[in-house]
Design a protein around this ligand. Sequence first.
Ligand code: PHE
Length: 346
Amino acid sequence: MQTQLAQLVATATQEAAAVSTRAEMEAYKARIVGPNGSLTAVMKSMATLSKEERPVVGKLINEAKKAVEEILAALQQKIENSEIGAALGAAVDPTLTSPDAAAGSLHPLTRTRERILTTFRKLGFTVAEGPEIETEWHCFDALNTPPDHPARDMQDTLYMPKSFRSADAPRRGEEALVLRTHTSSVQVRTMLTRKPPFRIVAPGRCFRRDAVDATHSANFHQVEGLWIDKNVTLADLRGVLDFFVKETFGADAEIRLRPSFFPFTEPSFEMDLRSPNLGRLSNRWLEIMGCGLVDPKVLELCEIDSKEYSGLAFGLGLERIAMLIHGIDDIRHFYNNDLRFLRQFA
Ligand code: PHE
Protein backbone atom coordinates (compact mmCIF):
# COMPACT_ATOMS: atom_id res chain seq x y z
CA MET A 1 0.00 0.00 0.00
CA GLN A 2 2.82 2.38 0.93
CA THR A 3 4.65 1.84 -2.38
CA GLN A 4 1.38 2.13 -4.27
CA LEU A 5 0.77 5.54 -2.71
CA ALA A 6 4.35 6.70 -3.31
CA GLN A 7 4.00 5.63 -6.94
CA LEU A 8 0.71 7.50 -7.18
CA VAL A 9 2.25 10.75 -5.92
CA ALA A 10 5.27 10.33 -8.21
CA THR A 11 3.02 9.85 -11.25
CA ALA A 12 0.87 12.82 -10.24
CA THR A 13 3.98 15.02 -9.94
CA GLN A 14 5.28 13.88 -13.29
CA GLU A 15 1.99 14.37 -15.13
CA ALA A 16 1.46 17.81 -13.63
CA ALA A 17 4.32 19.15 -15.71
CA ALA A 18 2.32 18.52 -18.89
CA VAL A 19 -0.77 20.42 -17.66
CA SER A 20 -1.04 23.92 -19.08
CA THR A 21 -4.72 24.82 -19.52
CA ARG A 22 -7.70 24.91 -17.22
CA ALA A 23 -9.39 22.00 -19.08
CA GLU A 24 -6.26 19.89 -18.79
CA MET A 25 -6.13 20.64 -15.10
CA GLU A 26 -9.76 19.53 -14.60
CA ALA A 27 -9.06 16.21 -16.41
CA TYR A 28 -5.88 15.70 -14.40
CA LYS A 29 -7.71 16.38 -11.15
CA ALA A 30 -10.47 13.89 -12.10
CA ARG A 31 -7.86 11.17 -12.82
CA ILE A 32 -6.62 11.42 -9.25
CA VAL A 33 -9.41 12.59 -6.92
CA GLY A 34 -12.51 12.24 -9.15
CA PRO A 35 -15.08 9.44 -8.45
CA ASN A 36 -12.97 7.02 -10.46
CA GLY A 37 -9.63 8.61 -9.56
CA SER A 38 -6.56 6.69 -8.52
CA LEU A 39 -6.40 8.16 -5.02
CA THR A 40 -10.15 7.71 -4.58
CA ALA A 41 -9.72 4.02 -5.38
CA VAL A 42 -7.07 3.63 -2.67
CA MET A 43 -9.32 5.40 -0.20
CA LYS A 44 -12.20 3.06 -1.02
CA SER A 45 -9.97 0.05 -0.44
CA MET A 46 -9.63 1.12 3.20
CA ALA A 47 -12.90 -0.72 3.86
CA THR A 48 -11.23 -4.06 3.22
CA LEU A 49 -8.48 -3.45 5.78
CA SER A 50 -8.34 -4.81 9.31
CA LYS A 51 -8.96 -2.61 12.31
CA GLU A 52 -5.22 -2.49 13.11
CA GLU A 53 -4.14 -1.60 9.59
CA ARG A 54 -6.62 1.19 9.14
CA PRO A 55 -5.01 4.00 11.17
CA VAL A 56 -1.59 3.27 9.65
CA VAL A 57 -2.85 3.31 6.09
CA GLY A 58 -5.15 6.26 6.85
CA LYS A 59 -2.15 8.34 7.80
CA LEU A 60 -0.34 7.42 4.56
CA ILE A 61 -3.40 8.28 2.52
CA ASN A 62 -3.66 11.65 4.23
CA GLU A 63 -0.06 12.43 3.39
CA ALA A 64 -0.59 11.48 -0.24
CA LYS A 65 -3.75 13.60 -0.32
CA LYS A 66 -1.84 16.59 1.03
CA ALA A 67 0.87 16.16 -1.59
CA VAL A 68 -1.75 16.04 -4.36
CA GLU A 69 -3.53 19.12 -2.98
CA GLU A 70 -0.28 21.07 -3.05
CA ILE A 71 0.35 20.06 -6.66
CA LEU A 72 -3.19 21.19 -7.57
CA ALA A 73 -2.80 24.54 -5.83
CA ALA A 74 0.47 25.20 -7.68
CA LEU A 75 -1.16 24.27 -10.98
CA GLN A 76 -4.07 26.61 -10.30
CA GLN A 77 -1.65 29.48 -9.66
CA LYS A 78 0.39 28.71 -12.77
CA ILE A 79 -2.70 28.62 -14.98
CA GLU A 80 -4.14 31.84 -13.53
CA ASN A 81 -0.86 33.62 -14.14
CA SER A 82 -0.68 32.48 -17.74
CA GLU A 83 -4.34 33.48 -18.27
CA ILE A 84 -3.63 36.99 -16.94
CA GLY A 85 -0.57 37.23 -19.16
CA ALA A 86 -2.62 36.18 -22.19
CA ALA A 87 -5.40 38.67 -21.38
CA LEU A 88 -2.97 41.57 -21.09
CA GLY A 89 -1.23 40.65 -24.32
CA ALA A 90 2.39 41.20 -25.12
CA ALA A 91 1.92 44.92 -25.91
CA VAL A 92 1.11 45.96 -22.33
CA ASP A 93 3.90 46.86 -19.94
CA PRO A 94 2.24 46.88 -16.51
CA THR A 95 5.28 48.54 -14.94
CA LEU A 96 4.80 51.82 -16.83
CA THR A 97 3.28 54.70 -14.84
CA SER A 98 -0.12 55.86 -15.97
CA PRO A 99 -0.12 59.31 -17.63
CA ASP A 100 -3.11 60.50 -15.59
CA ALA A 101 -1.91 59.37 -12.15
CA ALA A 102 -1.44 62.77 -10.50
CA ALA A 103 0.61 62.49 -7.33
CA GLY A 104 -1.27 63.46 -4.17
CA SER A 105 0.22 65.61 -1.43
CA LEU A 106 -0.02 65.86 2.32
CA HIS A 107 -2.85 67.94 3.77
CA PRO A 108 -1.66 71.27 5.23
CA LEU A 109 -2.84 70.18 8.69
CA THR A 110 -0.80 66.98 8.41
CA ARG A 111 2.24 68.98 7.39
CA THR A 112 1.79 71.44 10.22
CA ARG A 113 1.33 68.63 12.72
CA GLU A 114 4.54 66.93 11.55
CA ARG A 115 6.42 70.20 11.73
CA ILE A 116 5.25 70.80 15.30
CA LEU A 117 6.07 67.25 16.39
CA THR A 118 9.53 67.51 14.81
CA THR A 119 10.20 70.65 16.84
CA PHE A 120 9.22 69.00 20.11
CA ARG A 121 11.17 65.84 19.27
CA LYS A 122 14.27 68.03 19.23
CA LEU A 123 13.55 68.74 22.90
CA GLY A 124 13.21 65.05 23.77
CA PHE A 125 9.41 64.81 23.59
CA THR A 126 7.90 61.58 22.23
CA VAL A 127 4.46 61.18 20.70
CA ALA A 128 1.56 59.78 22.77
CA GLU A 129 -2.03 59.03 21.80
CA GLY A 130 -5.41 58.46 23.38
CA PRO A 131 -8.98 57.67 22.29
CA GLU A 132 -11.25 60.28 20.68
CA ILE A 133 -14.24 58.79 22.48
CA GLU A 134 -13.22 59.29 26.08
CA THR A 135 -14.62 58.70 29.55
CA GLU A 136 -15.84 61.75 31.45
CA TRP A 137 -13.32 60.90 34.12
CA HIS A 138 -10.30 61.12 31.79
CA CYS A 139 -11.62 64.20 30.02
CA PHE A 140 -12.71 66.14 33.12
CA ASP A 141 -12.67 64.64 36.62
CA ALA A 142 -9.00 63.57 36.59
CA LEU A 143 -8.21 67.06 35.32
CA ASN A 144 -9.72 68.61 38.44
CA THR A 145 -12.92 69.53 36.61
CA PRO A 146 -15.81 68.10 38.70
CA PRO A 147 -19.31 67.60 37.21
CA ASP A 148 -20.65 70.96 38.40
CA HIS A 149 -17.62 72.89 37.17
CA PRO A 150 -18.45 75.67 34.69
CA ALA A 151 -15.59 74.53 32.43
CA ARG A 152 -17.72 71.57 31.42
CA ASP A 153 -20.34 73.94 29.99
CA MET A 154 -17.69 76.28 28.69
CA GLN A 155 -16.38 73.53 26.47
CA ASP A 156 -19.87 72.47 25.48
CA THR A 157 -19.34 68.78 25.32
CA LEU A 158 -20.78 66.27 22.87
CA TYR A 159 -22.02 63.20 24.77
CA MET A 160 -22.25 59.67 23.39
CA PRO A 161 -25.58 57.78 23.73
CA LYS A 162 -25.90 56.07 27.13
CA SER A 163 -25.81 52.60 25.59
CA PHE A 164 -22.53 53.20 23.76
CA ARG A 165 -19.52 51.12 24.76
CA SER A 166 -15.90 51.58 23.73
CA ALA A 167 -13.13 49.03 24.19
CA ASP A 168 -10.56 51.85 24.24
CA ALA A 169 -12.31 53.74 27.02
CA PRO A 170 -14.15 51.34 29.35
CA ARG A 171 -16.69 53.16 31.52
CA ARG A 172 -16.65 52.94 35.26
CA GLY A 173 -20.20 52.40 36.47
CA GLU A 174 -22.64 54.96 35.19
CA GLU A 175 -20.20 57.57 33.89
CA ALA A 176 -20.81 58.98 30.41
CA LEU A 177 -18.62 58.73 27.34
CA VAL A 178 -17.89 61.98 25.54
CA LEU A 179 -16.18 63.07 22.36
CA ARG A 180 -13.03 64.50 23.90
CA THR A 181 -13.12 68.28 24.08
CA HIS A 182 -9.34 68.55 24.36
CA THR A 183 -6.24 66.37 24.15
CA SER A 184 -5.56 67.00 27.86
CA SER A 185 -7.18 63.59 28.43
CA VAL A 186 -3.99 62.09 26.97
CA GLN A 187 -2.07 63.74 29.82
CA VAL A 188 -4.15 61.68 32.24
CA ARG A 189 -3.65 58.44 30.32
CA THR A 190 0.10 59.02 30.10
CA MET A 191 0.52 59.81 33.79
CA LEU A 192 -1.42 56.68 34.72
CA THR A 193 0.63 54.37 32.50
CA ARG A 194 4.16 55.78 32.58
CA LYS A 195 6.67 56.39 35.28
CA PRO A 196 8.17 59.89 35.42
CA PRO A 197 10.32 61.47 34.17
CA PHE A 198 8.76 61.78 30.69
CA ARG A 199 8.00 64.36 28.02
CA ILE A 200 5.17 63.69 25.60
CA VAL A 201 3.32 65.50 22.85
CA ALA A 202 -0.15 64.23 21.96
CA PRO A 203 -1.63 65.33 18.64
CA GLY A 204 -5.27 64.57 17.98
CA ARG A 205 -8.81 65.34 16.98
CA CYS A 206 -11.11 67.16 19.40
CA PHE A 207 -14.81 67.96 19.37
CA ARG A 208 -16.96 70.74 20.77
CA ARG A 209 -20.51 71.87 20.22
CA ASP A 210 -19.33 75.03 18.52
CA ALA A 211 -21.25 76.76 15.75
CA VAL A 212 -19.03 76.68 12.68
CA ASP A 213 -17.65 80.01 11.47
CA ALA A 214 -14.34 81.35 10.11
CA THR A 215 -12.47 80.56 13.33
CA HIS A 216 -14.55 77.73 14.89
CA SER A 217 -15.14 74.16 13.89
CA ALA A 218 -17.03 71.52 15.88
CA ASN A 219 -14.20 69.19 14.96
CA PHE A 220 -10.65 70.49 15.23
CA HIS A 221 -7.19 69.36 16.26
CA GLN A 222 -4.87 70.04 19.16
CA VAL A 223 -1.36 69.18 20.13
CA GLU A 224 -0.94 68.65 23.86
CA GLY A 225 2.37 68.74 25.66
CA LEU A 226 3.30 67.32 29.06
CA TRP A 227 6.65 67.18 30.81
CA ILE A 228 6.86 65.56 34.26
CA ASP A 229 10.11 65.44 36.20
CA LYS A 230 11.66 66.56 39.47
CA ASN A 231 11.82 70.38 39.60
CA VAL A 232 10.09 71.28 36.36
CA THR A 233 9.51 75.04 36.63
CA LEU A 234 7.98 78.02 34.87
CA ALA A 235 11.42 78.74 33.41
CA ASP A 236 11.22 75.35 31.63
CA LEU A 237 7.74 76.20 30.35
CA ARG A 238 8.97 79.51 28.95
CA GLY A 239 12.04 77.86 27.45
CA VAL A 240 10.08 75.09 25.72
CA LEU A 241 7.45 77.47 24.31
CA ASP A 242 9.99 80.06 23.22
CA PHE A 243 11.94 77.36 21.35
CA PHE A 244 8.73 76.14 19.68
CA VAL A 245 7.71 79.62 18.56
CA LYS A 246 11.15 80.50 17.17
CA GLU A 247 11.39 77.20 15.28
CA THR A 248 7.91 77.71 13.85
CA PHE A 249 7.72 81.44 13.17
CA GLY A 250 11.36 82.51 12.97
CA ALA A 251 14.06 83.80 15.30
CA ASP A 252 12.44 87.21 15.73
CA ALA A 253 9.15 85.82 17.06
CA GLU A 254 8.53 86.53 20.76
CA ILE A 255 6.24 85.06 23.40
CA ARG A 256 4.34 86.45 26.36
CA LEU A 257 2.67 84.46 29.14
CA ARG A 258 -0.56 86.13 30.27
CA PRO A 259 -2.21 84.90 33.51
CA SER A 260 -5.33 82.86 32.84
CA PHE A 261 -7.25 79.95 34.32
CA PHE A 262 -7.53 76.23 33.64
CA PRO A 263 -8.73 73.79 36.32
CA PHE A 264 -5.77 71.48 35.72
CA THR A 265 -2.86 73.94 35.81
CA GLU A 266 -1.69 76.28 38.56
CA PRO A 267 -0.53 78.83 37.67
CA SER A 268 -2.22 78.96 34.25
CA PHE A 269 -1.44 81.18 31.27
CA GLU A 270 -2.43 82.06 27.77
CA MET A 271 0.65 82.18 25.61
CA ASP A 272 0.69 85.05 23.13
CA LEU A 273 2.92 85.28 20.09
CA ARG A 274 4.23 88.37 18.32
CA SER A 275 6.18 88.30 15.08
CA PRO A 276 7.09 90.75 12.32
CA ASN A 277 6.55 88.10 9.61
CA LEU A 278 2.83 87.39 9.83
CA GLY A 279 1.42 89.57 7.07
CA ARG A 280 -1.56 91.60 8.25
CA LEU A 281 -1.18 90.01 11.72
CA SER A 282 2.43 91.17 12.12
CA ASN A 283 3.62 92.86 15.33
CA ARG A 284 0.43 92.14 17.27
CA TRP A 285 0.09 89.89 20.30
CA LEU A 286 -1.89 86.84 19.18
CA GLU A 287 -3.21 84.27 21.62
CA ILE A 288 -2.11 80.83 20.52
CA MET A 289 -2.24 78.36 23.37
CA GLY A 290 -3.16 77.54 26.95
CA CYS A 291 -0.43 76.36 29.31
CA GLY A 292 0.77 76.20 32.89
CA LEU A 293 2.28 74.04 35.59
CA VAL A 294 0.33 70.86 36.26
CA ASP A 295 -1.87 71.35 39.34
CA PRO A 296 -0.57 69.07 42.16
CA LYS A 297 -4.14 67.85 42.61
CA VAL A 298 -4.05 66.48 39.05
CA LEU A 299 -0.73 64.74 39.71
CA GLU A 300 -2.27 63.06 42.74
CA LEU A 301 -5.44 62.05 40.87
CA CYS A 302 -3.13 60.49 38.26
CA GLU A 303 -1.10 58.65 40.89
CA ILE A 304 2.05 60.76 40.71
CA ASP A 305 3.63 61.96 43.95
CA SER A 306 3.28 65.74 43.86
CA LYS A 307 5.94 66.19 46.57
CA GLU A 308 8.51 64.52 44.37
CA TYR A 309 7.44 65.61 40.92
CA SER A 310 6.16 68.69 39.13
CA GLY A 311 5.18 69.22 35.53
CA LEU A 312 4.37 71.62 32.76
CA ALA A 313 1.56 71.29 30.23
CA PHE A 314 0.37 73.15 27.19
CA GLY A 315 -2.28 72.69 24.51
CA LEU A 316 -2.30 74.38 21.14
CA GLY A 317 -4.80 74.42 18.29
CA LEU A 318 -3.33 72.89 15.15
CA GLU A 319 -5.61 74.82 12.79
CA ARG A 320 -4.70 78.10 14.45
CA ILE A 321 -0.96 77.47 13.96
CA ALA A 322 -1.45 76.33 10.34
CA MET A 323 -3.55 79.44 9.62
CA LEU A 324 -0.83 81.71 11.01
CA ILE A 325 1.98 79.94 9.16
CA HIS A 326 0.19 80.13 5.80
CA GLY A 327 -1.90 83.27 6.19
CA ILE A 328 -5.18 81.34 5.90
CA ASP A 329 -8.19 83.40 7.00
CA ASP A 330 -10.95 80.79 7.27
CA ILE A 331 -10.73 77.48 9.16
CA ARG A 332 -13.33 75.93 6.84
CA HIS A 333 -10.82 75.80 3.98
CA PHE A 334 -9.14 72.88 5.75
CA TYR A 335 -12.19 70.64 5.52
CA ASN A 336 -13.71 71.46 2.13
CA ASN A 337 -11.33 69.30 0.09
CA ASP A 338 -11.18 71.95 -2.60
CA LEU A 339 -8.19 71.05 -4.78
CA ARG A 340 -7.55 74.72 -5.62
CA PHE A 341 -6.83 75.25 -1.91
CA LEU A 342 -5.00 71.97 -1.28
CA ARG A 343 -2.72 72.25 -4.33
CA GLN A 344 -1.15 75.38 -2.87
CA PHE A 345 0.54 73.18 -0.27
CA ALA A 346 1.80 70.47 -2.63
N1 PHE B 1 -6.92 71.90 27.37
C1 PHE B 1 -6.87 73.33 27.23
C2 PHE B 1 -7.90 73.75 26.17
O1 PHE B 1 -8.33 72.91 25.41
C3 PHE B 1 -5.50 73.83 26.85
C4 PHE B 1 -4.47 73.57 27.89
C5 PHE B 1 -3.68 72.42 27.83
C6 PHE B 1 -4.25 74.48 28.94
C7 PHE B 1 -2.72 72.20 28.78
C8 PHE B 1 -3.30 74.25 29.88
C9 PHE B 1 -2.52 73.12 29.81
O2 PHE B 1 -8.23 74.89 26.06
